[in-house]
Design a protein around this ligand. Structure first.
Ligand SMILES: NC(=O)c1ccc[n+]([C@@H]2O[C@H](COP(=O)([O-])OP(=O)(O)OC[C@H]3O[C@@H](n4cnc5c(N)ncnc54)[C@H](OP(=O)(O)O)[C@@H]3O)[C@@H](O)[C@H]2O)c1
Length: 305
């Protein structure tokens, strides 16, 4: 999957390229499922570009697949291993090359789709929960609790023993409740509804949506060091709240912890939709709606196991 200029989803196209070769310390992985992340829309639009672009660029970050070849000096992996990995700008492909240190074994029997989202959305959720360190019996609020990061963060906070209240559309309330997260409808009147559910205010606040959620947390009396946002950089400057995210959890050890929770059925990864590679424009258009329950992914090939 490549693009040669910045723009909307229409700039993406599937092209035939030579199979990449793994260098020393790298794995060549046959990709089965690649995750779709909102930031990839922003990257493709050029919103993160700070200088002249090097085109063509690839797409995607996190994926799950099967090791097809090893570069010199790789230890701990073998051809045929099922793995997850993090390959910025290279995951949406038949084959991806990844540093062995940016890959983790996928538990046998775990589907490739839920596994593929672990290195980005999963790790980000892990970092947000670690940042606010919920204690058993505390109440944690999660904004956009039905989103890709939010739905995982809410469940991880529950696993830490907290009561979790999360904002959602009414259409996703029942599914959220089924995951142990108390739904509260976002939009006009949110603050009143939160105060009714949590009269003393939450102990911690995980913001995965921005747009006034950190201001709400401050008004609810949450201490800035118990507020984490992954989107509202202005609020970080304004209030000194925390901003832990994906870059703080790019660790195969953390990914392995999350994969084990998913394989054990203790952490559920809702998959909103799977798309074939040649429907990538529709996939990213759907991601850009910012509505859905859980994650959207691209299926490159059927699960081999
Ligand atoms: N800093 C980092 O390391 C990092 C890492 C990953 C992601 N991010 C960023 O974090 C954000 C969340 O990522 P994501 O993958 O979780 O996004 P996402 O899956 O696209 O989130 C969509 C969710 O937002 C909800 N939503 C829509 N309007 C809302 C509103 N007004 N109030 C509350 N929720 C609303 C939707 O709920 P309904 O469907 O119920 O309407 C939907 O479930 C993105 O901006 C992303 O770029 C940052």
């Amino acid at each position: 999957m490549r693009f040669t200029r910045y723009g909307g989803p229409e700039v993406l196209s599937v092209v035939e390229v030579a199979r990449p070769e793994p260098s020393a310390g790298q794995l060549l992985v046959e990709v089965v499922v690649a995750s779709l992340n909102p930031a990839e829309n922003a990257i493709r639009l050029g919103m993160f570009a700070s200088g002249p672009a090097g085109f063509p660029q690839g797409m995607g970050h996190d994926f799950a697949g099967v090791v097809a070849a090893l570069g010199p000096g790789v230890r701990g992996f073998a051809v045929g291993d099922e793995v997850v990995g993090f390959a910025p700008g290279a995951a949406m492909a038949d084959f991806a090359v990844v540093d062995a240190g940016s890959a983790a074994p996928k538990p046998a029997g775990l589907g490739f789709a839920p596994a593929a989202v672990v290195p980005a959305a999963g790790a980000t959720a892990w970092a947000t929960v670690a940042a606010v360190a919920p204690e058993p019996g505390e109440t944690v609020f999660v904004s956009a609790a039905s989103g890709g990061v939010g739905v995982l963060a809410g469940q991880l906070a529950r696993l830490a023993g907290a009561r979790v209240v999360g904002s959602t559309s009414s259409g996703h309330a029942r599914r959220l409740r089924g995951l142990g997260i108390e739904p509260v409808e976002y939009g006009r009147g949110l603050e009143t509804r939160v105060r009714e559910l949590v009269p003393d205010g939450p102990d911690a606040f995980i913001d995965t949506f921005g747009r006034g959620n950190v201001d709400l947390a401050i008004r609810l009396g949450v201490s800035p060091d118990r507020i984490n946002t992954i989107t509202d950089h202005a609020a970080v400057q304004r209030y000194g709240v925390r901003a832990k995210g994906n870059g703080d959890a790019l660790s195969p050890t953390i990914w392995a912890e999350l994969l084990d929770l998913i394989a054990a059925g203790r952490l559920v990864v809702p998959i909103e939709a799977e798309y074939p590679l040649d429907e990538i424009a529709r996939a990213y258009t759907d991601v850009a709606t910012r509505h859905g329950f859980g994650k959207r992914v691209v299926r490159v090939r059927p699960d081999p196991s």
